[in-house]
Design a protein around this ligand. Sequence first.
Ligand SMILES: NC(=O)c1ccc[n+]([C@@H]2O[C@H](COP(=O)([O-])OP(=O)(O)OC[C@H]3O[C@@H](n4cnc5c(N)ncnc54)[C@H](O)[C@@H]3O)[C@@H](O)[C@H]2O)c1
Ligand SMILES: O=C(O)C(=O)C[C@]1(C(=O)O)C=C[C@@H](O)C=C1
Length: 292
Amino acid sequence: MTQILCNKLAVFGVGLIGGSFALALKQAGAVGEVVGVGRSHANLEQALGLGIIDRIAIDAVDAVQGADIVVLAVPVGQMAAIMQSIAPHLSSNTVVTDAGSTKQDVVALMRQYLPAQLELCVPAHPIAGAELSGATAARVNLYQDKNLILTALPETTMESVQRVRQLWQLCGAKVSAMQAAEHDAIFATVSHLPHLLAYALVDMIVQRENADVLFNFAASGFRDFTRIAASSPEMWRDIALANQVALLAELDAYQAKLNQLRDALATNNGDALADIFSRAQAARQAWQARLV
Ligand SMILES: NC(=O)c1ccc[n+]([C@@H]2O[C@H](COP(=O)([O-])OP(=O)(O)OC[C@H]3O[C@@H](n4cnc5c(N)ncnc54)[C@H](O)[C@@H]3O)[C@@H](O)[C@H]2O)c1
Ligand SMILES: O=C(O)C(=O)C[C@]1(C(=O)O)C=C[C@@H](O)C=C1
């Protein structure tokens, strides 16, 4: 059993990500009380029933009072309102961290709403997840051997970073650090763009007159390409808007690649098609091999 590193953990948004964080820390024996705050009372009751949280907070003030760590695991569009509501009630020792998929927006909001707390602000992003939402989707081992990226502010103290790093390591995560801008550029390419593409394909199909027939015959290739189109629309709307600039650049780059493919196809240029497919096949196989 690990020693208690956090007597009171306040989790805003006890869904897949916040719930999995709480479960892993409880299993590690690293937290005392876990208090949950949410928008949906039914979800919080489920979280309580599943043992993810020990108590439902009466309100945001009750949640943060005496908390060692406050984690914001809500859609990134909700971060501003929460930061604003907790700012006057944070103690001088409370670390505020988050799990949002975008980081420049979270850093900017921390500067705007938590200016007195910046030394204790530790923006973070677990690179693990699923297309599922809510407390019932939380998994104790979600973060095992997965990356966790910290994008500390220049003001964040080493001690604050260390407190958050330790918690994620206890969840099994491999913790690294980078600048928020670099983070957002990387995840525009390898996470945010793929989600837009999956949503676009499914939406294109569902708007066809023969959508039923198409879905009837769709198989594993379609399933693998579009699993993430079953993800939360609110969460992905917020991510897309928060990372608008980088995501627009990635959409343009992808469109250029599609045009290359289109030209090759339209001109019966099998060599050009095979070149693209072979390069992609080798890269995908090499990437897969790195995972094991
Ligand atoms: N799903 C993923 O794969 C994944 C991976 C990494 C990071 N993230 C990020 O983690 C965060 C949470 O995502 P999730 O997948 O756990 O979503 P989720 O829908 O499972 O959980 C979010 C929870 O936040 C609650 N909530 C929403 N607004 C709130 C508010 N104003 N105050 C309090 N609670 C509120 C919701 O009721 C919900 O229970 C998001 O910022 C997301 O971008 C998601
Ligand atoms: O596995 C999934 O369903 C995910 O979408 C997880 C995923 C990703 O794109 O890889 C999604 C968003 C994150 O912020 C981190 C991870």
